[in-house]
Design a protein around this ligand. Structure first.
Ligand SMILES: O=C(O)CCC(=O)C(=O)O
Ligand SMILES: [Fe+2]
Length: 440
């Protein structure tokens, strides 16, 4: 892969953390969610900035779900799956990585890279990330700074400028040269996707690095910009260093009217060298975040300590440049999606202000539909063990929520079945899913 070096802008990041299967009492799950809401914020939501270390510590103390999470507090042996129902507000269940793929359009890969490579990448990025910068933006006249630092690594020479991706020039995001180690990691990440979706022809052209110094560093609920990626992109996150939680929530009304008032929130501890592939419904229909955590709940890495680094690998599509459209303010507008509709909007960064530009984006709507049909045909032509619905990329559609999963078998049976499939289950292979009546 070729390299470039320069300054770039961007506004998002993602993350993940450790390992654990932990069931959270629903009442506490809701508390945790509301803490997540108040303590972590979207790149566009400055509230992420506001919590002080004391508030974080207090929140963790008053929220058992947060304090009971860390891996080192979990039993050494895999625990059994437990579901707690509290009133009618929802419930939380522990699920395996495979089960998660049946609920959300993501796939987790543990020990994703050869260990030496992951460790080497961590070592080099720990050093390089000293030069990474936080970004700032202005809302209602107030300046906010991201509670993490980041940088762009561009692999493909001649690809579209990151500025078209919301990584705008005016943000002066650090742009770094990918090392040979990162190039190799990018190639392997590409293979991980291609093994699962050969027809997607996915190849990362850039990676956004995020450094989370400690539990206060976070990224709030967001979906990634689609500008240069186009609709329904595949985005792959690699976690290095300490173990933080990577959260997903369904941001659109589910298909089934029965579930319309429900929100599914997955909280995924992701240890060093774990990959999450966000498949092509993920940016459109789900949001992700790396919420704040009390330092005492972050499982440290032997070398990185509390520091977590993430790289999100993305593929730009130069042919989409023709569709670029400027805001009233003259800067590139951002392509976004909400509830299945694509639109272009002003997305101020740096010191610029929101100009109010907004319009539906018909080409993206058509492109999304084209890609959906293409995938459907290609998935059908592939041979999966079992039915098409068994494919991880499709299986989440089969369920309107975890309730089908929960109802379809006894929870203990489910646990046994899935554990048996995944061999000797490790605590890292469990995630927690919450369903609440909270409206996103
Ligand atoms: O650090 C992470 O895993 C999340 C980063 C992220 O959401 C992003 O880069 O857009
Ligand atoms: Fe993101």
């Amino acid at each position: 892969m070729k390299r470039k070096a320069r300054q770039v802008p961007i506004l998002q990041a993602l993350a993940c953390g450790a390992a654990a299967r932990q069931v959270v009492d629903l009442e506490e799950a809701s508390k945790e969610e509301s803490h997540a809401k108040s303590l972590s914020a979207d790149a566009e939501d400055p509230s992420c900035e506001k919590a002080t270390p004391e508030q974080i510590a207090n929140a963790a103390t008053s929220c058992p779900a947060l304090v009971s999470w860390p891996l080192h507090r979990l039993p050494a042996q895999p625990a059994t799956v437990r579901t707690v129902r509290v009133g009618e507000t929802g419930r939380a269940v522990s699920v395996s990585d495979q089960e998660l793929a049946a609920i959300a359009p993501v796939q987790l890969i543990r020990h994703a890279l050869p260990h030496e490579l992951a460790d080497q990448l961590l070592d080099s990025l720990l050093q390089e990330s000293d030069s990474w910068k936080a970004s700032s933006w202005i809302v209602h006249g107030n300046q906010f700074t991201t509670p993490r630092t980041s940088a762009i690594y561009e692999f493909a020479a001649g690809g579209p400028s990151s500025s078209e991706d919301g990584f705008g020039k005016e943000e002066s995001r650090t742009r770094c040269e990918p090392s040979a180690t990162l190039d190799r990691a990018a190639d392997l990440v590409q293979n991980l996707v291609r093994e699962r979706r050969p027809f997607a022809n996915w190849a990362p052209t850039l990676a956004l690095g995020n450094r989370y110094e400690n539990g206060r560093a976070c990224v709030g609920w967001h979906s990634d910009f689609l500008n240069s990626l186009g609709p329904r992109p595949i985005i792959v996150g690699l976690s290095l260093g300490s173990c933080r939680r990577f959260c997903l929530r369904r941001s659109t009304a589910p298909d089934s009217p029965r579930d319309a008032s429900k929100t599914i929130v997955a909280s995924i501890p992701m240890p060093h060298n774990t990959v999450v592939i966000m498949w092509d419904d993920c940016q459109e229909e789900w949001q992700h975040s790396v919420p704040r955590q009390a330092d005492s709940t972050v499982e440290k890495h032997a070398v990185a300590g509390l520091v977590r680094l993430s790289l999100t690998f993305r593929m730009s599509r130069p042919e989409l440049a023709q569709h670029r459209k400027s805001c009233h303010c003259g800067r590139p507008s951002a392509l976004k999606s909400k509830e299945g509709r694509y639109y272009l909007a002003c997305c101020p960064m740096g010191t610029s202000k929101q100009c109010g530009f907004w319009e539906p984006c018909s080409w993206a709507q058509e492109e999304a539909e084209r890609l959906r049909q293409k995938m459907k045909l290609e998935m059908e032509s592939l041979e999966f063990p079992g039915t098409r619905a068994e494919s991880p990329q499709y299986s989440h559609r089969r369920l309107t929520g975890i309730q089908e999963f929960s109802n379809s078998r006894s929870r203990n049976e489910a646990s046994t079945t899935w554990n048996a499939r995944s061999g000797n289950p490790h605590v890292a292979d469990r995630v927690s899913i919450e369903i609440s009546d909270d409206d996103t």
